[in-house]
Design a protein around this ligand. Structure first.
Ligand code: NAD
Ligand code: MG
Length: 404
């Protein structure tokens, strides 16, 4: 068996690093074809030294020249590219077998779609891409025979709890036909789970990024704190598993030990459990249908001792409700939701708006930006652009700032 070529989009991020950790444990099975990064070039350099990829892709072509010199001086043969077309190229190159889609936000959409359109095995972390383009994305998976493996921990858990017949996401065996009654999507509840509405007003970005169980990038950490992450994941689950939102029930489970569950018509509920470590879903995505060592510590259930569950509070955490409403509206509404959220979260991280204003900005955009059918990528990208403009306007208004 020859080693599979892997492209890691977003290699310097939290998911990218976890993926490279798993890959490095199995040099006989995987080799790195391309690594991509946006800003953290020192870390990308280190990763190039340790993984010796064929290609490194950066955002700007000016940086690329310096970066290429730096690699050459270290005796590395890695070729350096820059820009969105290069991201698409390394995601779709004919030598690539597997693409880890781990760029954060809408920036990951085009390269992830390029991998899908080239029929690759795609390990999907970049949930925003699927939320934005939903049907277009899943149609492309089917048309091009891509192998879509969710590595968002909850969706990976659901996938693991499904019978093999339902695992071919592209082949249209409905979950219903397989006796599935319900999907139970778990959520930690984030760092502010027990906070009152008043307490939420004054929380800081540092507090929001301190997730109780997971170590993640800043954007998804804030999304977890607002429950927008669960809203995005609900939409993600509906598209991945071709189910209606009523079929998916969110359960707040603060321990993050059960990563999600599937209930069957005979009353069985199958849960996937493990330590909260993204290397488990990543390893599963890389090796499916086999299992490989992921470096994850054994779960000590004696230490965990208790597992708790409660329903989410959509009043204190309105982002979950907004996501549900956007999905019900359909068309480009989820793309508008996503873009407004990205802009609002960035403004919160810069302390231009408060935590509870994130939901206000999104609600404003959902009311103000016209919803289109989302039948073409252009329509989705236009909705994304309009929502970003609207969100910026709104943020400037509420924060009395001219610059954000
Ligand atoms: P991160 O912020 O740690 O890393 C993001 C990566 O994307 C970095 O490599 C960065 O260089 C790159 N990037 C950022 N902006 C870019 C741009 N404009 N163009 C090109 N590259 C860009 O984020 P993360 O926590 O690793 O999350 C990545 C994705 O995975 C997100 O969609 C997130 O929702 C999803 N996800 C993450 C986790 C987790 O545990 N971190 C779990 C489930 C899903
Ligand atoms: Mg998740």
């Amino acid at each position: 068996m020859s080693a599979k070529n892997v492209t890691v989009l977003g290699a310097t991020g939290s998911i990218g690093e976890s993926a490279l950790d798993v890959i490095a444990r199995h040099p006989d099975r995987y080799q790195v074809f391309a690594l991509t990064a946006h800003r953290n070039l020192d870390r990308l350099y280190e990763l190039c030294v340790s993984h010796q990829p064929e290609y490194a892709v950066l955002a700007s072509s000016e940086d690329a020249l310096d970066f290429a010199d730096r690699l050459r001086l270290s005796g590395l043969k890695t070729k350096v590219l820059a820009g969105i077309e290069s991201l698409e190229a390394v995601a779709s190159d004919c030598s690539v077998d597997v693409v880890v889609a781990a760029i954060v936000g809408a920036a990951g959409l085009k390269p992830t779609l390029a991998a899908v359109n080239a029929g690759k095995r795609v390990l999907l972390a970049n949930k925003e891409a699927l939320v934005m383009t939903g049907r277009l994305f899943m149609d492309a998976v089917r048309r091009h025979g891509a192998e879509l493996l969710p590595i968002d921990s909850e969706h990976n858990a659901i996938y693991q709890c499904l019978p093999v017949a339902a695992q071919s996401l592209a082949e249209g065996t409905s979950l219903h036909q397989c006796g599935v009654k319900r999907v139970l999507l778990t959520a930690s509840g984030g760092p502010f789970r027990g906070y009152s509405k008043d307490q939420l007003v004054n929380v800081t970005p540092v507090e929001a990024c301190k997730h109780p169980n997971w170590s993640m990038g800043q954007k998804i950490s804030v999304d977890s704190a607002t429950l927008m992450n669960k809203g995005l994941e609900l939409i993600e689950a509906c598209w991945l598993f071709d189910v209606m939102p009523q079929f998916v029930e969110v359960h707040i489970h603060p321990e993050s030990i059960i990563h999600s569950m599937v209930e069957y018509s005979d009353g069985s509920i199958i849960a996937q459990m493990g330590n909260p470590d993204m290397r488990t879903p990543i390893a599963y995505g890389l090796s499916w249908p086999d299992r490989i060592e992921a470096g994850v510590e054994t779960l000590d259930l004696f230490k965990v001792a208790q597992l708790n569950f409660s329903p989410p509070d959509r009043e204190r955490f309105p982002c979950l409700r907004l996501a549900e409403e956007a999905f019900a509206t359909g068309g480009t509404a989820p793309a508008i939701l996503n873009a407004a959220n990205e802009v609002a979260v960035a403004a919160f991280l810069k302390e231009s708006i408060g935590f509870t204003q994130i939901a206000d900005v999104i609600e404003d955009c959902l009311g103000a930006v016209e919803v289109a059918s989302a039948r073409s990528l252009d329509e989705v990208l236009e909705a994304d652009k309009m929502a970003r403009e609207q969100a910026l306007c709104r943020i400037k208004r509420v924060s009395n700032l001219t610059e954000i």
